[in-house]
Design a protein around this ligand. Structure first.
Ligand code: C2E
Ligand code: MG
Ligand code: MG
Length: 702
């Protein structure tokens, strides 16, 4: 018997089934791509919509074929297929959710979706029992299920196995697949209905079957469409999140590169070198593994920068970096760690041997000159190497030892590679200890000033007193300035030191004036660095005003080289000081440029001839003629001449004969403390009793 057949409801059933199958495939794809693996809400939402769709499709088919009757007799018979439909869909989605789908996952998922169809149809039509009684019905059912399974495998394979989006499967294929799967669902139901006894019709005619079908199909369509829309929206969000994450990862990588590389040369920077060194040292347990560090510095690179400008200097640095890098095989690291400083990290079984080979290659790489703006520039390297574990085991010690070897290489003239030896770090450490000691001494007020007079040759009167710095070290005793001033100049500590001397000397001059009635100028040595400070004038003026002495009571002693660094600025600063009344003296004349023609243009008052010319005066005709020439030239431009380091009566006699204006030396007065100096003056009321007058009288009598 042919069951009553409503094509309208059947069409609704087919549409719902096709929509559901399409939904299953698209949900599987989306959940598989989704990064939010295990998001229960997402899976549950899809499961509910798809389960309801499948259930509705089966119910609609039954409604279409089974005498316009509603297939479910009670709530339980209605809910069981719904639950089974949902369970099957859930399993199908879980198989592929949040993972790269492989064949077993696809097969599992397809099997679950197929089982969902079978169970839903079965339990929908089961209500009357006795279904699939005939072999033909069983065979037909099996055929439809096989078709569904193959359809799902194919659909899932195409959907999930062909990512990314570039290899998209045409939409028509999905439509075809969904239609085929819908046919399998309906075919299965139809087969059961046609071959088995009809399910009982529960329709009482009050609710029209078509009305029921439209309502059911609409509900299912709404659920599936909502699912699809939410899916699309989520996919967009996912894509956006993916893009943001990619952008973030790219930005992070860029920032990391900036933080670990030198912007000029692109080489690793100090941070990266330190972390690679730490990693190499941590890895060193492997037998025979050694690590070497080479500190590399360009010799006299600042000359290139100064003479050709920083732009050219940068270009040369980049070229140098390329040449050096080419000499370094992987996996070793060459880093730029400062202006013209590089560090090389060698991580190898035989680091010492490799260090020899690589550093020699680096020296050779710079043998060819650089051509910049048509000029040939030659650059040399100094390299210091230390090896772990021979020289040190800690990273900081290795770096310090390489630096010590580099400093020694530079001291020996540069242009060579030196491997670390313990004696090298001793001298570095001494220097470092002295520097720390100097800082401490400044804070602990361990410095004092000794005073030495400058005396007029003609009258024997003290014209000025030079302030000479001394360090009263708690352990080492009195230290002369030649032992610490060069280091103080290198470290910049000379600036606060000189400022202190200036203040203290001015204060002392005021005290002598007030307490001893001694009215002499105070002469203060000013280092080149102090003189170059932008606030040097302020420092001088504030020292004078806080001591309460006039500028004409101050003499400043500067070396030629201090004035030569920036001649124009020097000239204007000197003019300013001179206009205030400060006396300017050139110290140690004869040891520097000795360019009187240049000095003539500067507002200065006197020259102090270096004591090396005075020492052999009585016997050296050469020194005598030099001093004579200096004196006559100085006088010709109106400068006074001071002879430094007069130790004997003969020297004093010669400088007088050579027409020097003033003298200074141990012959009468070595540098003394302020108290000693004042006592010497007051002891005999004047210098006459100290021997100067006597010496002069003797001289004049001869
Ligand atoms: P200088 O300014 O040329 O000072 C004269 C140096 O010659 C002093 O050495 C002094 O003690 C020494 N001297 C004086 N008469 C004789 C002599 O008859 N025979 C011999 N052999 N030497 C004599 P001192 O005090 O050791 O100072 C050395 C240098 O240190 C100074 O040379 C000066 O350039 C620098 N200096 C001293 N005090 C200061 C200071 O406060 N600031 C700066 N920047 N430099 C200073
Ligand atoms: Mg001096
Ligand atoms: Mg001097």
């Amino acid at each position: 018997m042919t069951p009553p057949f409503d094509p309208f409801i059947a069409a609704l059933a087919a549409g719902t089934a096709a929509l559901t199958c399409h939904g299953s495939l698209s949900a599987a794809r989306w959940l598989s791509e989704s990064r939010r693996r295990g998001s229960a809400t997402l899976i549950a939402g899809n499961t509910a919509a798809l389960g309801f769709g499948l259930w509705a499709a089966c119910a609609l088919e039954a409604l279409a074929l089974a005498a316009h009757g509603w297939p479910y007799t009670d709530v339980a018979s209605c809910l069981v297929p719904l639950v089974l439909a949902c369970a099957g869909q859930l399993c199908g989605l879980i198989f592929v959710s949040g993972r790269e789908p492989d064949l077993p996952a696809i097969a599992g998922s397809a099997l679950s979706f197929t089982a969902a169809i079978a169970e839903t149809q079965w339990s929908t039509l089961q209500s009357d029992g006795g279904l699939l009684g005939s072999t033909a019905a069983r065979a037909a059912a099996l055929g439809w299920l096989l078709l569904a399974f193959i359809g799902f495998v194919a659909g899932l394979w195409l959907t999930l196995g062909r990512r990314p989006a570039a290899a998209r499967v045409p939409r028509l294929v999905y439509v075809g697949l969904s239609t085929g799967l819908a046919a399998a669902i309906l075919g299965l139901g139809a087969g059961v209905l046609l071959h088995g006894p009809l399910p009982r019709c529960c329709s009482d005619g009050q609710v029209g079957a078509r009305f029921l079908a439209v309502a059911l199909a609409s509900l299912a369509a709404a659920a599936l469409i909502i699912r699809e829309l939410v899916g699309c929206f989520q996919r967009k969000l996912d894509r956006h999140a993916g893009r943001s994450q990619r952008d973030l990862a790219e930005a992070h990588a860029r920032l990391h590169h900036i933080a670990t590389h030198d912007p000029l040369t692109g080489l690793p920077n100090w941070n990266l070198l330190k972390s690679r060194l730490a990693a190499a040292l941590a890895d060193r347990h492997q037998p025979g593994r050694t690590v070497a560090v080479a500190a590399i510095d360009l010799d006299r690179f600042s000359d290139i920068n100064h003479s050709l400008g920083h732009g050219v200097g940068d270009g040369v640095l980049v070229e140098i970096a390329h040449r050096l890098e080419a000499a370094v095989p992987a996996p070793h690291t060459l880093a730029r760690v400062g202006g013209d400083s590089f560090e090389l990290l060698i991580d190898s079984v035989s680091a010492r041997l490799e260090a020899h080979a690589i550093t020699s290659a680096m020296l050779a790489a710079l043998e060819q000159p650089f051509i910049v703006h048509g000029e040939e520039i030659r650059v040399r390297l100094s390299i210091g190497v230390s090896v772990c574990p021979d020289d040190a085991r800690r990273g900081d010690d290795l770096l310090a030892h390489a630096e010590a070897a580099l400093v020694t290489s530079k001291r020996q003239g540069g242009g060579r590679v030196l491997f670390f030896e313990p004696s090298m770090s001793d001298s570095m450490q001494e220097r470092l200890a002295l520097e720390n000691d100097l800082r401490r001494a400044l804070a602990a007020h361990e410095f004092e000033i000794h005073y030495q007079p400058l005396i007029s040759i003609r009258t024997g009167r003290i014209l000025s007193v030079e302030a000479l710095l001394r360090w009263r070290h708690p352990q080492k005793g009195l230290i002369s300035p030649s032992s610490f001033i060069p280091l103080a100049e290198q470290t910049g500590l000379i600036v606060p030191l000189d400022a202190w001397v200036l203040r203290e000397a001015c204060r002392q001059a005021r005290a002598w004036m007030a307490e001893d009635g001694l009215n002499v100028r105070i002469a203060v040595n000013l280092s080149a660095m102090q003189f170059r400070c932008h606030d040097v004038l302020d420092t001088i003026i504030s020292a004078l005003s806080s001591a309460g002495i006039e500028p004409r009571m101050l003499e400043l002693e500067l070396t030629e080289s201090a004035l030569m660094i920036d001649p124009e600025r020097s000239a204007s600063a000197l003019k300013m000081l001179r206009s205030m009344g400060v006396t300017i003296a050139i110290d140690d004349f004869g040891t520097g440029y000795s360019s009187l023609s240049y000095l003539r243009r500067l507002p200065i008052d006197k020259l102090k001839i270096d004591r090396s010319f005075i020492r052999d005066l009585p016997t050296s005709a050469m020194d005598e003629s030099i001093v004579r020439a200096i004196v006559s030239l100085a006088h010709s431009v109106g400068l006074d001449v001071v002879a430094e380091g007069v130790e004997t009566a003969e020297q004093l006699e010669r400088v007088r004969a050579l027409d020097c204006d003033q003298w200074q030396g141990y012959y009468c007065c070595p540098p003394e403390t302020a108290a000693q100096f004042a006592a010497r003056l007051t002891d005999d009321a004047a210098l006459s009793a100290t021997g100067i007058r006597a010496a002069l009288t003797r001289l004049l009598a001869q």
